[in-house]
Design a protein around this ligand. Structure first.
Ligand SMILES: NC(=O)c1ccc[n+]([C@@H]2O[C@H](COP(=O)([O-])OP(=O)(O)OC[C@H]3O[C@@H](n4cnc5c(N)ncnc54)[C@H](OP(=O)(O)O)[C@@H]3O)[C@@H](O)[C@H]2O)c1
Length: 249
């Protein structure tokens, strides 16, 4: 991937990994559009980077997704990179049934369905432009699931499978499909779960992680891991089972 001269849409670009990706693409002289739900955080991001384009969108909501698609397709017909990064994570306990799952946001809709629908909507736009790419942000937990976060893990395993499948399906279109597989990164993801675990710190900043990601994007590495997730991505089934037992004592 050539990092400069692109027009990039990053979902969930107001904080964490998405914001660090936005800063990195801006620094490489690409045009960047970010979306998220919280308008104030988008304003803060634009105050720090006046050239950033922002749009309020809840990617889990069909009408909101469609409105963003119409605006981007109309205003940025040269869009050549879609980054499906927006994500949420919840600890969900199924030992007492369905209540915990139903009482909060739906990770399948935000982490998996939204990425699938946005790919479907944007592929005809991307296909018209040179050096087109889709970049899906999955997770190490899509390879080695967390018992505390079963739905999140399932949503990310689904996004991994989807990324592999459309990479093959789109191979004749010129659209490259990348998958970023982050390990634990210090961001605002799952604040309740992280607080329960004593304000868990991964010791890896979004900026440091994204610095490594950008080098791999530039080198056309299609599945991009970091640290532990490099091992997960290449592990045998027996090794995955050992990682699973270690991570879920
Ligand atoms: N941090 C980690 O340890 C880690 C590890 C593996 C994978 N990941 C993945 O990395 C991606 C980025 O997460 P992060 O760690 O950077 O978390 P983050 O700091 O919480 O950022 C998430 C971003 O997504 C946006 N977002 C959430 N739900 C949205 C929705 N329905 N519609 C539009 N935007 C939405 C948030 O803004 P609003 O709340 O304003 O909408 C925010 O901009 C996620 O897909 C996550 O699963 C993270």
């Amino acid at each position: 991937m050539n990092l400069s001269g692109n027009t990039v849409l990053i979902t969930g670009g107001s904080s964490g990994i998405g914001y660090a990706l936005a800063e990195a693409f801006l620094a490489a002289n690409s045009q960047v559009i970010v979306c998220a739900r919280d308008a104030d955080r988008l304003l803060d991001a634009r105050a720090r980077h006046p050239s950033l384009h922002t749009w309020v969108c809840d990617v889990s909501d069909e009408e909101s997704r469609r409105n963003m698609f119409d605006w981007v397709a109309d205003s940025f017909p040269g869009l050549n990179i879609l980054v499906n990064n927006a994500g949420i994570q919840r600890d969900i306990d199924f030992t007492h049934g369905i209540d915990d799952f139903q009482s909060g946001e739906n990770e399948i809709r935000t982490n998996l369905e939204a990425a699938i629908v946005l790919c479907g909507l944007f592929i005809p736009v991307l296909a018209k432009n040179r050096q087109a790419a889709i970049v899906n942000v999955s997770s190490g937990l899509g390879f080695v699931p967390s018992a505390r976060m079963p739905v999140y893990s399932a949503s990310k395993a689904g996004l991994h499978a989807y990324s592999m499948a459309i990479r093959k399906q789109l191979s004749s279109t010129g659209i490259q499909v990348f998958e970023i597989v982050p390990p634990a990164v210090d961001t605002e993801l799952n604040p309740l779960g992280r607080a329960k675990r004593g304000r868990f710190k991964a010791g890896l900043s979004a900026a440091t992680f994204v610095e490594s990601v950008m080098k791999k994007l530039e080198g056309d590495v299609l599945e991009i891991g970091y640290g532990a997730t490099e091992d997960f991505m290449r592990a045998s089934r027996a090794e995955l089972d050992r990682h699973f037992e270690r991570m879920n004592p």
